[in-house]
Design a protein. Structure first.
Length: 277
């Protein structure tokens, strides 16, 4: 019987319980933000958000909406805990990363609350494995305060356009310079590596451009070492929204469609390189 059809054990009440018929939907999204060992999980009625940060300069969020799960129940207004993302991914892929055609790993995830481990029940081909992962006190997360009213420039691009850019630009450069402007060059990516300067321009009427909303010319530089982790999400995505605010903070929001056609989002926030004016 699929986990989603199984009733909870009598008398057991979990702060968070969720089930998925295919654990790969979750593991592939988590791999897209796995650039640090630990993550902070926040569950609300709308779904699960998994946040990873590094050096107070970059933050990645994977959003898995409640509708993606076959069952998703949160007993409190919000449930939050810190967990080893490496261990969680190892457990989710305990039966291997690629299943035989027609088979998948079913997942049931339960969390009693503060101080308790996160319990995973994984089933494939009639074999059930139970994993208990210790949870920790969550750290205070960075607030990039990136509300839509503060966005200065925004474009939506088909992901293949950005994938080609990362393939063509000189990644020996320490920074990626992004220019967004209502006038030419509209959207320009520049690097300054061992082979010299390289620029890649996208006209606003390009076939790859889905939306173009730029109100002022902005040129900002970002450390490539901070942006590289986001290429994992880029590889999975079909569209990417690129936004900047007045301070030059960057938001990269990747739209990812899973095997069942369901949509999830991974978002990266990155600080501009303050050493360069």
């Amino acid at each position: 019987m699929p986990f989603s059809a199984q009733p909870p054990a009598s008398g057991e009440r979990y702060a968070l319980s969720a089930s998925l018929d295919n654990a790969r939907h979750l593991s592939s999204l988590l791999r897209a933000v796995h650039f640090q060992d630990h993550a902070t999980c926040l569950a609300t009625a709308s779904g699960l958000r998994v946040t990873v940060e590094d050096a107070k300069c970059i933050q990645a969020n994977a959003f898995i909406q409640a509708e993606i799960f076959q069952e998703f129940s949160v007993q409190e207004e919000s449930v939050m805990f810190r967990i080893s993302l490496s261990v969680l991914l190892d457990c989710l892929t305990i039966f291997g990363t690629s299943s035989l055609p027609g088979t998948s790993t079913a997942l049931r995830m339960c969390y009693h609350g503060y101080g308790y481990p996160l319990m995973l029940f994984l089933e494939e081909g009639g074999v059930v494995t139970v994993c208990k992962i210790n949870t920790q006190e969550p750290d205070e997360l960075l607030d990039f305060d990136f509300c839509s009213t503060k966005v200065v420039n925004k474009i939506i691009l088909q992901s293949e356009g950005l994938r080609e850019a990362f393939a063509e630009l000189d990644m020996t450069s320490e920074v990626l310079q992004i220019t967004m402007s209502p006038d030419k060059p509209y959207f320009r990516l520049s690097t300054f590596g061992n082979a010299g300067s390289a620029h890649l321009d996208y006209p606003k009427d390009s076939d790859l451009m889905e939306a173009f909303h730029c109100t002022q010319t902005q040129t900002n530089r970002y450390k490539i070492s901070l942006l590289k982790p986001s290429t994992k999400a880029l590889a999975l995505s079909c569209k990417v929204s690129i936004r900047t605010d007045a301070q030059g903070f960057l938001s990269l929001q990747y739209m990812i469609r899973n095997e069942d056609g369901q949509i999830c989002f991974v978002e990266y926030y990155c600080c501009p390189d303050e050493n360069i004016t």
